[in-house]
Write a protein that binds this ligand. Sequence first.
Ligand SMILES: Nc1ncnc2c1ncn2[C@@H]1O[C@H](COP(=O)(O)OP(=O)(O)OP(=O)(O)O)[C@@H](O)[C@H]1O
Length: 305
Amino acid sequence: MTGPALEIDRISKRYGEKVALDEVTFDVRAGELFGFVGGNGAGKTTTMRIALGVLAADSGEVRFDGRPITHETRTSIGYMPEERGLYPKMKVLDQLVYLAELHGLSTNEAHRGAELWLARLGLGERRKDEVQKLSLGNQQRVQLAAALVHDPAVLVLDEPFSGLDPLAVDVMSGVLREKAANGVPVVFSSHQLDLVERLCDRVGIIRNGRMTAVGTVAELTRGASSRLVVTAPGTRPGWASTVPGVRVLEERGPTTVLELTAGADDQAVLAAALATGPVTEFSRQGRSLTELFRDTGATNQGDAA
Ligand SMILES: Nc1ncnc2c1ncn2[C@@H]1O[C@H](COP(=O)(O)OP(=O)(O)OP(=O)(O)O)[C@@H](O)[C@H]1O
């Protein structure tokens, strides 16, 4: 799909001596749901705050629709900040109307948008309640409504799924997919990698302020795969360990899961299997995003790294 994209172009940021971001680069295309993942302190929030323009980068540029983000374009971004940002004592509906008006909507439009999203997110009956009286999950739904109420052209969401129950996860996922399907670039950070894997068109992994991988889930997990699944009814236990460079991970009857170490030849494995009779399955086993994430050391780098 063509349309306006959000481009993060070589942004760097230091906090004193600490390099928080080092030439972070990726783009979120129109109609795309982009998952931004990385361990604690990796730089996700810093990147998103810079994308929104609430924090200045030391260098690099953020563009939307080919142009640097300005005050006008900033108001067309829907943002869900990590620290959330609702007024606890304000009523839910008033809050949303207020935020929509801040983004330039007329009072009528603001009411229409607020009612629409409250109904859509299952909060219609809570509209007259103070925000602080809602459960945390429901406050998060209000926060999503706040990001959407002005019909933004791009969505930047910092951990929108944290703390949500499975039903709310489904609601949030549905809304984000729908926005993406309507051509809106959507980027969100998350530690729930299974969810990211299921939901996102593309994923970016950040580690210690540097992007270590960007691509579709299939590209990232396929590229990393060194596992083979072989099913051959004529094999006997241990058959694969005679092939150089092969480590057997699991044998289940006729099926063997094995790992190829560097330099090992998958065709040698196939030949060894065929030597025992017919081979009914021979495939690469994709790694999950979680495994990839662990293997690239993207976890636990912590604040001190
Ligand atoms: N205001 C600040 N002053 C000093 N250092 C900061 C500040 N904000 C962030 N940092 C540091 O910058 C790095 C990146 O932090 P950031 O909050 O962007 O990470 P994150 O990926 O969002 O982490 P998390 O998953 O824990 O929310 C961390 O080392 C953090 O300690």
